[in-house]
Design a protein around this ligand. Structure first.
Ligand code: PEP
Ligand code: MG
Length: 875
């Protein structure tokens, strides 16, 4: 049998969402439930995919199917498409599997032309209504289908109102609108070089094609990338008989939710307007009324309406967002869908639906988007203020939340001004580890360069500070302390506001608010924890972050990057001394100064964890990152160390590497300078003994060796670690358990994971480096070219944010299974940024990892994603 590309509403149902889209599936389901739905049909998502496969043409067989369905619609309505006496009018709307802003808007009143409008006027005895419908159709069709600027039509309306000396559209008479239609058609002809199409069939096919086209527009691309929607899904198109809410005082239109979408209260919520079409409610020319008033105005219709709302909510077992029209006293439902809601509302609704027995806990946890939880944990802009603001630029949404403050151009300045009580946003070309204190002090961080795993992004997410990275439209002059955007220059006295959730940058002050977390959040997360099998740890380098993460439900630390402790003011000098030491003896002297500080850090971290596991990684980054870069800093260091500036300069030069990410870093540092690993191991074990003996916590440190590519490297460093640990325990006369393991972040390590597992008690997948090295592009530079890759549809997602399951994921899966072959009980986790991405968490669950580790503010999100993975794919 030939494939079917068009389904009548009565032929579909709710389970056919992939084929007929969300809107189509719900229209079909409502039809089957006997709810009054204006009838119509859906052109499938497969027709959209075929349109692209066929080189952007709609196949003639599909056009035949559409025409047959129109015939059916004519039969059941008793009207005729294109008739000069009794015309059938339809609406055309897009409808993908999931609702997708950015796609083509609705076209209403399709089927009208110069003759049908006369018939409509006679039939309804309402020429004003008929010509108003026609002018709306010309406007919508010209704008969304033919790309004629909306403004040109708005201008015509303004001219008409001016000529009549009236203020609002509704004051224009039938004759005025007739004249307007004439003018609109002239605009069209001037712009398109041809007459406005009079053939309804042409209007219909053009409109359906325009919906298909809109699947590929830039706004849709951006939305898909943000929401993980693959481009091969395509969109369906719904063609539905028009019903009119603007036929007089017994007609009306409304948008309603079965519960309050802002706070989740179980109350009907929405607005309606009598004698109006949908767009009037949105356009704000007239003020809509709260839906409750319909009860007074028309109790019979209201009762019918409420009964249907209750039926729909019960049927879908979720809050519904519905569009209704009343045509001359008859109620119609034009669409229903699971309503979008705030995070607070999502949690309340999910908990309420479990408590009233509608949903099981498993079903309820699938109703909340993991990414939504973010908004409960970070400050947001005050809605009213945000509506009035206009972004001046857009960067990458690197760390969620909202921040507002005066511009600080250096970390020192940010720190100093924050100490004086000022709110500042740190604006840098890019950040480096030296900026850490300024980053902590700032409300938010904005960088011109760098991607989603740049220093600024990673550190900001770790701290839960809002960050917009890679905002290339800004020109920052760090010397002059100016920021230029769109030709306007701002300085340290100017306010800037950044939205780390959208990437928007505003050159103005916008008020921020901290959303309240209600008790439903807690109840919901308890269910999440009951269900999930995958554990969730955190990436934390400081006791403060560890404590925060524990509050958010972390079950230990999966990655403590010890290098971040090296930058604190009280130790950077000793670190530099250690790096610049010319002899082993000098280096050991410097390391001795760092030891007590590291030990104290670890004690505080263990205490924050209260006995939960902590994976502590030995020093990883290239050493030059710790060295001074400006002449002034070099001079200071020379003075402190009592050497010449030239000495410092030549040492810094000698540490320069062409490719530091693939240079002298990771375990290579410990191979060259085993004394660094010795000092760190000593600090880790001494701290564990102190905490175990003094505080009574059972701490089992997991010492992690980074950037291993060969088992012999691991063995070499592990021998240093074990020897030192044994020495320390001998000295202290106390034993503690500890584990030694490695990161798997170099492809060769994944390929040889079976032999590496002989020496490793655990693996932690460093998917930041693993992605970098598998793709062969730099994690700090990729953002510069990835946009072109998205535009050309080579990639749909940033592989540093969402794990590339086909490539990098294969290496992870293979290494996990090879590791288990050698060591059955090997502990497996992931600590790259992907540990906080919902779809990547699901992947980790599916391949049987023991835990994911992510920044503290992503812990609740990862817990939910892990529970959802368990519900979808039990293990
Ligand atoms: C990684 O590479 O995934 C990782 C967690 O380590 P880092 O980001 O510190 O290189
Ligand atoms: Mg790494």
């Amino acid at each position: 049998m030939e494939k079917k590309y068009v389904y009548l509403f009565k032929e579909g149902n709710a389970s056919m969402r992939n084929l007929i889209g969300g809107k189509g599936a719900n229209l079909a389901e409502m039809t089957n439930l006997g709810i009054p739905v204006p009838q119509g049909f859906t052109v499938t998502t497969e027709a959209c995919t075929k349109y692209y496969d066929d080189g952007k043409v709609v196949a003639s067989s599909i056009i035949d199917e559409i025409e047959n369905s129109m015939k059916y619609l004519e039969e059941i309505t008793g009207k005729e498409f294109g008739s000069t006496t009794n015309p059938l009018l339809v609406s055309v709307r897009s409808g993908a599997r999931v609702s997708m802003p950015g796609m083509m808007d609705t076209i209403l009143n399709l089927g009208l032309n110069d003759e049908a409008v006369v018939a409509l006027a006679e039939q309804t005895n309402n020429p004003r209504f008929a010509y108003d419908s026609y002018r709306r159709f010309i406007q919508m069709f010209s704008d969304v289908v033919m790309g004629v600027e909306k403004r040109l039509f708005e201008d015509e309306i303004d001219k008409a109102k001016e000529a009549k000396g009236v203020e609002v559209d509704t004051d224009l008479t039938a004759d005025d609108l007739k004249e307007l239609v004439k003018n609109f058609k002239e605009v069209y002809k001037k712009e398109k070089g041809e007459d406005f199409p009079q053939d309804p069939k042409k209007q219909l096919i053009e409109s359906i094609t325009a919906v298909f086209r809109s699947w590929d527009n830039p706004r849709a691309h951006v939305y898909r990338r943000l929401n993980d929607i693959p481009s091969e899904w395509g969109t369906a198109v719904n063609v539905q008989q028009m019903v009119f809410g603007n036929k007089g005082e017994t007609s009306g239109t409304g948008v309603v939710f079965s519960r309050n979408p802002a706070n989740g209260e179980n109350e009907i919520y929405g607005e309606y307007l009598m004698n109006a079409q949908g767009e009037d409610v949105v356009a704000g020319i007239r003020t809509p009324l709260p839906i409750a008033q319909l009860e007074e105005q028309n109790p019979v219709i209201y009762k019918e309406f409420i009964d249907i709302v209750n039926t729909l909510e019960k049927h879908y077992r979720d809050m519904q967002d519905m569009e209704i029209t009343i045509e001359e006293g008859k109620l119609y439902f034009l669409q229903t869908r699971n309503g979008k809601r705030t995070a607070q509302a999502a949690l309340k609704i999910a908990v309420d639906l479990v408590e009233d027995g509608t949903l099981t806990k498993e079903e309820a946890i699938l109703k909340v988007e993991p990414k939504q939880l973010d908004t409960l944990l970070h400050p947001a802009f005050y809605d009213e203020d945000l509506k009035r603001a206009t972004p001046v630029a857009k960067g990458l949404p690197a760390s969620p939340g909202a921040a507002c403050g005066k511009i600080a151009f250096t970390a020192e300045e940010a720190k100093e001004r924050a100490q004086n009580g000022e709110n500042v946003v740190l604006v840098r070309l890019e950040t480096s580890p030296e900026d850490i204190e300024g980053m902590i002090a700032a409300q938010g961080i904005l960088t011109v360069r760098g991607g989603m795993t740049s220093h600024a992004a990673v550190v900001a997410r770790g701290m839960g500070t809002c960050c917009v990275a890679g905002c290339g439209a800004l020109k920052v002059n760090e010397e002059k302390k100016t920021l230029e955007v769109n030709g306007k220059v701002y300085n340290a006295e100017d306010y800037i506001s950044i939205d780390g959730t959208s990437g928007n940058v505003y050159a103005e002050k916008i008020k921020t608010v901290t959303p309240e977390i209600t008790g439903h959040f807690k109840t919901f997360m308890e269910w999440v924890d009951e269900i999930r099998k995958l554990k969730v740890r955190t990436n934390a380098d400081t006791p403060r972050d560890a404590k925060q993460a524990v509050e958010f439900g972390a079950e230990g630390i999966g990655l403590c990057r010890t290098e971040h402790m090296f930058f604190a003011e009280d130790r950077i000098l000793a670190v530099r001394e250690m790096i610049l030491a010319k002899t082993l003896e000098d280096r050991k002297k410097a390391l001795d100064k760092i030891l007590p500080m590291q030990r104290a850090d670890f004690i505080a971290i263990y205490e924050a964890l209260k006995g939960m596991p902590a994976t502590i990684r030995l020093l990883d980054p290239p050493l030059h990152e710790f060295l001074p870069h400006t002449l002034e800093d070099m001079k200071n260091l020379a003075k402190e160390l009592d050497v010449s500036v030239d000495d410092i300069k030549s040492e810094v030069d000698s540490k320069h590497e062409f490719n530091p990410m693939m240079g002298h870093r990771g375990c290579r540092l410990a191979v060259t300078y085993p004394e660094i690993a010795e000092m760190q191991t000593r600090a880790i074990i001494e701290a564990a003994i102190a905490v175990t003996v003094e505080r009574g916590y059972e701490v089992v440190p997991e010492i992690m060796i980074p950037l291993i590519g060969d088992v012999k490297e691991l063995k070499f460093v592990k021998d240093v670690v074990v020897k030192t640990a044994e020495e320390v325990m001998e000295e202290k006369g106390t034993k503690v358990d500890y584990k030694v393991g490695t990161m798997i972040e170099i492809p060769r390590a994944a390929l040889t994971a079976d032999s590496i597992a002989k020496e490793a008690e655990f693996f932690s997948f460093g998917t930041n480096d693993l992605t970098q090295m598998t793709f062969g592009f730099s994690r700090d530079d990729a953002a510069k070219f990835l946009n072109s890759y998205y535009d050309s549809k080579i990639y749909e997602q940033d592989p540093f944010a969402k794990l590339d399951q086909n490539g990098v994921g294969q290496l992870v899966e293979m290494a996990a299974s090879k590791g288990r072959e050698t060591r059955k009980d090997i502990k497996l986790g992931i600590c790259g940024e992907h540990g906080g991405d919902p779809s990547s968490v699901e992947f980790c669950h599916n391949i049987g990892l023991d835990y994911v580790s992510c920044s503290p503010f992503r812990v609740p999100l990862a817990r939910l994603a892990a529970a959802q993975a368990q519900v979808k794919n039990k293990r």
